[in-house]
Design a protein around this ligand. Structure first.
Ligand code: FMN
Length: 185
């Protein structure tokens, strides 16, 4: 889709319509952590994650390496958002996934517009077509010695392994494509 973003509206998590694996593998998400009002936040592109039902709640899972600047924000602030964009934003997501916020204002360079979320202090983005607002519920480190598959045991190629952050989904906002079609009358 090109032109101005279609308006987002609140979608009950149980009604979200999303090709989950395609969204993570092909489109990626932009993870934002921190506090928008305090002006303290950072974002990074994310290809590893998922949506699940745990503890009787809708939960988002993200896998983040401790070396990422965003990791420090996830440790200091309880909330994060996951932002999905239409394919025309791919180049911007590549930029945000290859530069570190530690080294300069990559967000300004990307041209994306951070804005207040509805249910959590972490920002979302005006250009996103889907936003999941989450509050951290649990976190744990990936431990290769517990992996059942050889490929996964060796899957953490360099540096400290990913940490898995589980966030309770507090709000989902998306354009009409992410909501079920109205029931036929
Ligand atoms: C397509 C793509 C997917 C990525 N997926 C992840 C991921 O799932 N977990 C992760 O820790 N880093 C991932 N990265 C790398 C981070 O986005 C990258 O290191 C980024 O520069 C970190 O920014 P920061 O230091 O400002 O937090 C991905 C990068 C790209 C381009």
């Amino acid at each position: 889709m090109s032109g101005p973003a279609a308006p987002r509206r609140l979608i009950p998590a149980d009604e979200l319509v999303l090709p989950v694996f395609q969204a993570w593998r092909r489109d990626w998400f932009l993870l934002a952590a921190g506090d928008f009002a305090a002006g303290q936040y950072n974002c990074m592109t994310l290809g590893w994650g998922g949506f699940l039902r745990l503890w009787d709640r809708p939960v988002a899972l993200v896998a983040v390496k401790p070396s990422r600047h965003t990791f420090g924000f996830l440790q200091r602030f309880p909330a994060f958002t996951l932002n999905h964009f239409s394919p025309e934003f791919r180049k911007k997501l590549l930029l945000l996934g290859t530069r570190s916020g530690r080294d300069g204002d990559k967000l300004a360079e990307s041209g994306l517009t951070p804005m207040a979320s509805t249910a959590v202090p972490a920002p979302c983005f005006a250009e996103a077509d889907l936003v999941l607002e989450c509050v951290q519920a649990y976190a744990d480190d990936y431990r290769p010695e517990l992996a059942f598959l050889e490929a996964m045991a060796g899957g953490e190629r360099s540096g400290r392994p990913h940490r898995f952050f589980f966030g309770e989904v507090r709000a989902v906002l998306g354009d009409s494509r992410y909501a079920p079609p109205p029931a036929a009358t």
